[in-house]
Design a binder for this molecule. Structure first.
Ligand SMILES: [Zn+2]
Length: 407
């Protein structure tokens, strides 16, 4: 993103900083040079900002500033059976353009950082670099490169297949060579694989160990697509850093995840988005399988919340995809609250928790001095009603208002 030109002050706002128990009232945030320069009582910040600069001042009128959202499970090249199968037919140039447009829409939906959990053929690295250089409009990207799976394993069509510890070690090194920020594995079957069940175990323990050893030696975390309880428990025991979906989180698994400080990204929308499936003409077998897992998946999320597992927000569906009258990202937050989280906890999951997993807790997912000026102005109070996140007045990235809907 280009460096912010004009200083920006959002004044008269309730500010939620991404981690505190409550928001602070009647605050202002001053953004300068792409960073947050000052946060504090509106009168003080305004006085300081106008004493030396001529900032643009946006009057929040009691609306709420929250950190830009961090969506921890995203595929900008999502290709699924049905209409989205066309994405798999794009050549690399077309795919890059497609992903750039998805990135732009994602940012406009209030998601200022994405963690890409598996992308075809390294297009993600070019896109990440182009966004960082300010040539393409999109969220900050942290990416795994290609998903690593066993031959014929979950998502094999767009992933790097490996068999045996030596090949898995090489697959991990291959991703790191191209610039992977972390590693994404497929431990078991999932919703979109025709020849597998959600419960199919797809990784041998020596393969898993090889991945963890190499990735950790290079300072990269490892997350895994995870369905059944047994293999997921084994992965947590062996040192995995994050669990995606977790369709079968048992009490034992939740306890172990807490003990080992493993983060859970539920992507709960994937088992309850009939509308999205139908709009994209997904085949009946896939819809049935996904929706049939709805109850068990929901119990997993409730279980994780009850035990106090660290939860980060991820949608798996395109973050901006229209779903129940809002975006998949905001709907995911609403589901998290319906499953038992407070709105405050859901917002923490969607901001500072993801930032911490990515090692970016000082830079993003917060509203604090010195951090990147990535934030949202939302109408009303999302800490009282999470659905306030549906009404975005502003999306600011690097101090630049990329969405600006002032009354
Ligand atoms: Zn995924």
């Amino acid at each position: 993103m280009r460096t912010q030109q004009t200083d920006l002050v959002i004044a008269g706002a309730r500010i939620f900083d991404g981690r505190s128990d409550r928001a602070a009232e009647n605050q202002a945030v001053w953004m300068s040079g792409g960073r947050i320069r000052r946060v504090g009582p509106a009168v003080d910040v305004l006085r300081e900002a106008t004493a030396t600069e001529s900032p643009r001042i946006v009057e929040a009128n009691g609306d709420t500033v929250v950190p830009g959202l961090v969506n921890m499970h995203v595929h900008l090249d999502l290709a699924l059976p049905g209409d989205l199968a066309r994405v798999a037919m794009l050549n690399e140039a077309e795919l890059a353009l497609h992903m750039a447009e998805e990135a732009r829409l994602t940012l406009l939906a209030g998601v200022t950082t994405v963690r890409l959990t598996g992308t075809y053929n390294h297009v993600d690295f070019s896109l990440r670099n182009s966004i960082e250089a300010g040539r393409t409009l999109g969220p900050r990207i942290r990416t795994a490169g290609q998903l690593v799976c066993s031959t014929g394993g979950h998502g094999w069509q767009r992933s790097l297949e490996a068999d045996g510890p030596a090949e898995f070690a090489r697959a991990v090194r291959e991703q790191i060579k191209h610039g992977a920020d972390f590693i994404k594995l497929a431990l078991s079957g999932g919703m979109a694989g025709e020849h597998e069940k959600v419960t199919t175990s797809q990784l041998r323990e020596d393969e898993l160990d090889a991945v963890l050893e190499v990735a950790h030696a290079w300072g990269r975390k490892v997350t895994t697509h995870a369905g059944p309880a047994g293999p997921t428990l084994e992965a947590v025991r062996r040192g995995i850093d994050c669990v995606e979906h977790g369709y079968e989180l048992t009490d034992e698994l939740c306890r172990l995840m807490i003990e080992r400080d493993v983060t859970y990204v539920p992507t709960i929308t994937v088992t309850r988005c009939r509308e999205f499936f139908e709009r994209h003409n997904m085949p009946r077998w896939m819809q049935d399988r996904a929706l049939a897992w709805g109850d068990r998946h929901w119990e997993s999320l409730e279980n994780a919340i009850r035990h106090g597992v660290t939860i980060a927000m991820g949608s798996d569906m395109p973050p901006h995809a229209e779903f129940d009258g809002t975006s998949a990202t905001v709907r995911e937050l609403e589901f998290m609250v319906e499953a038992g989280m407070t709105p405050q906890a859901a917002l923490v999951a969607a901001t500072s928790t993801g930032a911490r997993w990515l090692g970016l807790e000082e830079e993003i997912g917060c509203v604090r001095e010195g951090a990147y000026a990535d934030l949202l102005l939302v109408q009303g109070d999302p800490l009282a009603d999470i659905s306030a996140m549906r009404d975005l007045r502003m999306v600011v990235k690097d101090g630049n208002p990329v969405l600006d809907q002032q009354p």
